[in-house]
Write a protein that binds this ligand. Structure first.
Ligand SMILES: Cc1cc2nc3c(=O)[nH]c(=O)nc-3n(C[C@H](O)[C@H](O)[C@H](O)COP(=O)(O)OP(=O)(O)OC[C@H]3O[C@@H](n4cnc5c(N)ncnc54)[C@H](O)[C@@H]3O)c2cc1C
Length: 299
């Protein structure tokens, strides 16, 4: 459903869908996201801002997205916020021209350097993984202020982690949000969870940390959150080496528990008009969310 244009066209106009998406998104405008970021900071939570959209097909659109993020970096600095940005390579023109995408990414990384900020690169579906890693390596060669998401559901990720450790890379570990075949991804959730734990421990190990690696533990899975907290305490991992990362509006009690325990936490705040595919993936992650939508229809 996330890729169905007909449904997107109609569903995004209905009031009940708009009401239920507000659970995960403070609003469509950048100003809504900045206001939410300021509010999160008052609660001791850092943020990551992302403008929804993917698979752009026109050079002008990729340019517009790049300029938008340059402006976000300026506005975040002006507002004195602790808010990173997170971008999808296909938003920066990857489907059109890899070189163009790389240049756009570099413009963002350069601006992040100038504004004392940080750029995260989202990982999209499996055909993009190699190119995204290549884009990351090129940008990382110019600045440490760029990080990449890796997906624990892919068999290949263990090798990717090993290859990135010598760079002292900043890595956001996620389970993975796309539908991938069992030939390349663990079909069983328990195996994905275990791989997430194993790879996160690898990135928190002494030798990885000595190289300067930073780990974003990006999950709402309370069991993984607690298991990794135990690992962190046992191995005396400093709070500069890791952060928990969650999505705005999801598992708030768990977020509050982490803040109370003094754990570093960021929430990713999404905004923009093109929220339908992203929203569908959030529904797919948790059947209870579909009931939430149905309740909104009845309301
Ligand atoms: C900061 C951040 C960045 C991300 N970046 C990427 C990326 O670049 N590429 C990518 O492929 N994926 C990305 N993801 C998505 C990720 O891959 C998972 O699809 C998503 O986080 C759900 O998995 P989970 O780890 O939370 O665990 P799950 O096992 O799916 O969920 C554990 C528990 O968390 C709660 N939960 C999880 N999802 C929801 C939800 N939507 N609504 C309500 N409760 C929920 C439920 O209580 C559930 O039982 C990102 C996630 C986060 C938090």
């Amino acid at each position: 459903m996330s890729t169905n244009a007909w449904l997107r066209e109609r569903a995004t106009r209905t009031a009940f869908v708009r009401r239920s998406v507000s659970k995960f998104m403070p609003g469509e405008r950048l100003e809504d996201a900045l206001a939410a970021a300021a509010d999160q900071e008052r609660q001791g939570i850092g943020t990551i801002l992302t403008k929804l959209g993917e698979n752009l097909t026109r050079v002008e659109d990729a340019e517009e997205v790049t300029r938008h993020y340059l402006d976000v970096l300026d506005k975040v600095k002006a507002a004195g916020l602790r808010a990173h940005i997170s971008v999808k390579p296909t938003q920066l023109g990857l489907d059109l021209d890899k070189e163009l995408c790389s240049e756009n990414l570099q413009r963002l990384v350069d601006r992040a350097e100038a504004r004392d900020n940080f750029v995260w690169i989202d990982m999209e579906s499996s055909p993009y993984v190699d190119t995204t890693l290549d884009l990351f390596r090129r940008a990382r060669a110019t600045s440490p202020l760029v990080g990449i998401a890796l997906q624990a559901y892919l068999y290949r990720t263990a090798q990717d982690v090993e290859s990135l450790i010598p760079l002292g890379a900043a890595i956001r570990m996620v389970k993975g949000a796309y539908l991938e075949p069992p030939s390349i991804a663990y079909p069983k959730k328990a195996d994905v969870d275990e791989n997430f734990y194993r790879l996160s421990c690898r990135l928190l190990a002494d030798d990885a940390r000595r190289r300067g690696s930073l780990l974003h533990i990006a999950t709402h899975d309370a069991s993984l959150v607690d298991r990794l907290a135990a690992f962190i305490d046992q191995h005396k991992v400093p709070p500069t080496a890791y952060e928990y990362a969650m999505l705005y509006g999801i598992q708030r009690p768990l977020q509050q528990r982490l803040v109370r325990a003094g754990r570093p936490l960021r929430v990713l705040i999404a905004y923009g008009e093109y929220w339908f595919p992203w929203y569908m993936r959030r529904l797919a992650e948790r059947p209870a969310n579909v009931w939430f939508v149905i309740k909104n229809i009845l309301a």
